[in-house]
Design a protein around this ligand. Sequence first.
Ligand SMILES: N[C@@H](CCC[C@H](N)C(=O)O)C(=O)O
Length: 300
Amino acid sequence: MSATATGLPFLKGHGTQNDFVIVPDPDGLLDLGPDVVARLCDRRAGIGGDGLLRVVRSAADPAAAGQADQAEWFMDYRNSDGSIAEMCGNGVRVFARYLVHAGLVEPGPIAVATRAGVRRAVIAEDGVDGTPGAVTVDMGRALLPGPDGIEVSVGDRSWPARNVNMGNPHAVAFVDDLAQAGELRTAPRTTPGSAYPEGVNVEFVVDRGPRHVAMRVHERGSGETLSCGTGACAVAVAAARRDGLDPAVTGEAVSYTVDLPGGSLVITEHPDGRVEMTGPAEIVAAGTIDPAWLGVLPLR
Ligand SMILES: N[C@@H](CCC[C@H](N)C(=O)O)C(=O)O
C-alpha cells in the first residue's frame, strides 16, 4: 500500500487511547512536512490523532541510519503539531500491531528502528475471542539527569518534579490529587528553563496502592492526551526511586501498574536497567485520504 494519484492510504490505531494516524510508506516516497502532519492530525478538519506514525523501511530513510541491519521497519513518529519526537511508547506498540495487521510480520519478537535507537518488542497472539494480544516493548534505560530543584507549575500552584529521560524528556511531579493540574489546556511551566531546552512532557502522578499509581500527562507537541507510554515508564522509574527501590542495587525487578485516563500499562524495570512496557494496541480503521483535500500528494 502506498500513495497513488487516487489518494494516500492511511489507518487509524490507538494504544490505551493514545491515537495515531498511520501512514504506510514502505519505500520512503512521502515527504510529510509539519503542515501536512498537523492537518492530518486535526480532529475536526482532518483524520484526527495525538500523533502520526509513518511506516517506512529503515533502509529507505536516512533518519534510521545504522539500524537497517537490526530492524527492517522504521517508526517515523510525529506529534500532532507536526513536530518530531525521539520516541513514542504507545506508538511503538501500535506500530508493531500495524505490521502484524498488514501481514508484514508474524506475532512474536520484532525489532523496530526509532529515532531513539532500536526497540525490541514481543507481540502476543490474539486471544480466542479475537482480542488483540498485548505488546511488550523493551524501552531501554531510563536516564535521571537532574538537576535537583526542578519545578512544574500550573496557574499559581507548583510541585517539585524529577527529570526522567526515556529517549524523550519528561518532568514527573507527584501531586495529592490529579484534578489539581486543572484543565491542562496549555503546557505547564517548568523551571529552571535550562532543564528542558527541547521542551518536555509533563506527568502528574498520584498513588493508588502498593506499586500502583495513576497519572495525567501534558505532551510536548500534542497537549493533554489520554495516555503516554514513555511517560508511564518515566513515572514508574520516578515512583520506584521515591519508594527507595532501585533494581540495579537490589538485583530484583520492580513492576508498577500505571493507570492513565485511557487504560493501564504495566512497567517493569530490570536489574540491568531495561524498562519494559506491556499494554494493548489496536487498529480501528483504514481508508484513503482524498488528494483534493490534501492539495497535492506529498511525494519526494
Ligand atoms: N505519546 C507518546 C509520546 C509522544 C512524544 C512526545 N509527545 C514528545 O514530544 O516527546 C508515548 O506514548 O510515549
